[in-house]
Every structure is written in structure tokens, then in C-alpha cells.
Design a protein around this ligand. Structure first.
Ligand SMILES: [Zn+2]
Length: 239
């Protein structure tokens, strides 16, 4: 392995991890293998999807509330397969996510409630990131980092049971080709990643047969460290 790349040991100090994504199935496809391994190590994992994923269908006759309800159920099924402790959905319409102040506050609230020490989210600065919801989710998640630690920001959030000031210490972005510096071998747990991904039946109705594209991406990343399948992240330095 190249010396500048770290593996699962990048998360040695992680005890509580929050993943901020845009759509149901983002977490599973981007980092499901890493998440499964961290859950196996006893890390408590919280998943946040900003949108309902309610335009995620090619069939225009489907109605959006029905699709949204189905995707919430799929999210829970996938979370069970990966060992995720709790899932949240912020209920925004799919395809229209903006990194506005309201979204920042809702995400900061979850940093405070979960007391997560580590964040995974989309890289909003990768120029190849063409999905606007992915950029927006990543931007809002990074923007919430600092104010969540400040007692005068949205102070009513701190009155909720279990809440405390945000205590994130480590930030990793996924879906990035911008100098990734953490590459995790997920070969041994790849069946778990596939199982969690195909729990999203509305997205992958033919199951694993729909996932050649994903295997290709993960294999290309794996080649960097000489394994069959891997997932990559960039750790952002935060102070
Ligand atoms: Zn997505």
C-alpha cells in the first residue's frame, strides 16, 4: 500500500459516526463496506438522508408519497443489514436540495443529539460531483460542523434530552477523486455491501444484476491498493 494511504485504522479513535447523505442508498453504495466493518468493531453509526428520494424512479406513473414511504422502509432494511443504530430523514424533496440555513441547523441538531465524534459526507468540492443534491448535502454537513460546537448557535437545540455541544473531531468525505487519502479494503465484506444496497429494491429491482457499475468503481479503487474491492475517502483537516 502506498505510504500516504491509510486504511481502516484511520477510524481507530471513532466511537460514534454520523453519515450525512442526500438519498436513501447513497450510504450503502458509497461506503457500505466500511460502515459494516466499523459497526462490527462496535462503532455506533447514525445515518442521515436529507431528501426523501422521491423522484428516484423511471416510472412516471408512480406517486411521490408512495415512493418516499417505500424508500424509508428500504433505508431501515439496509440499515439492519449493516448494523446501523439509527436512521434519520430530513424530509426534503428529492432533486431540490439546497445547503440553506435551515438545513444547516437541522444537521447541527443531529450532531448535538447523537454526540458523534466522526462525520462522513459527500465531497462538495469535487468537480466531478454533478448531482446537485450530493453537493448540497456535503456542503450543509460541513457548514454545520463549526456552529454545532458554539453554545449561542440555535441554543434551544441544547435543551433536548441527550443533546450537548457538537463534538465532531474527524471529517471524511466520500464520492471524491480529490486526492483521497484513506482507502479501505472491503473485499471480505463485499457480500454485505451488496446485500444492503439491493435492500433498495425500488432502485435495484433486479438485485445484484443491477450493480455491475458499482463493482467496477469499487474494483478500480481496489486496484490502487492491490485488492479486489475498496472504498475511498479524503480526510479533511479540521481544528
Ligand atoms: Zn444520491
Amino acid at each position: 500500500m502506498p505510504q500516504d494511504l491509510r486504511s481502516l485504522d484511520a477510524f481507530t479513535d471513532t466511537q460514534r459516526l454520523i453519515v450525512v447523505a442526500a438519498h436513501p442508498d447513497d450510504l450503502e453504495t458509497m461506503c457500505g463496506g466500511t460502515i459494516y466493518q466499523l459497526a462490527q468493531r462496535g462503532v455506533e453509526i447514525f445515518s442521515v438522508n436529507c431528501t426523501l428520494g422521491d423522484i428516484g424512479a423511471q416510472d412516471a406513473s408512480l406517486n411521490r408519497p408512495t415512493l418516499a414511504a417505500g424508500r424509508l422502509q428500504e433505508t431501515d432494511n439496509a440499515a439492519q443489514r449493516l448494523g446501523i443504530r439509527q436512521t434519520f430523514n430530513l424530509g426534503r424533496p428529492d432533486g431540490e436540495l439546497l445547503p440553506d440555513l435551515a438545513l444547516r441547523a437541522e444537521i447541527a441538531r443531529l450532531y448535538r443529539l447523537t454526540q458523534a465524534d466522526t462525520l462522513f459526507t459527500f465531497d462538495p468540492f469535487w468537480t466531478g460531483q454533478i448531482h446537485p443534491d450530493h453537493r448540497a448535502a456535503g456542503q450543509a454537513a460541513l457548514d454545520a460542523y463549526m456552529p454545532s460546537k458554539m453554545p449561542l448557535y440555535q441554543p434551544a437545540q441544547l435543551n433536548e434530552q441527550g443533546a450537548g455541544l457538537g463534538c465532531l473531531e474527524r471529517v471524511f468525505v466520500f464520492s471524491t477523486d480529490r486526492d483521497p487519502n484513506v482507502v479501505v479494503d472491503v473485499t471480505a465484506v463485499y457480500p454485505k455491501k451488496i446485500a444492503a444496497t439491493i435492500a433498495h429494491k425500488t432502485q435495484f429491482p433486479e438485485g445484484e444484476a443491477n450493480l455491475d457499475w458499482l463493482k467496477e468503481i469499487d474494483h478500480r479503487i481496489g486496484e490502487r491498493i492491490g485488492v479486489t474491492y475498496a472504498e475511498q475517502f479524503r480526510q479533511i483537516d479540521v481544528w
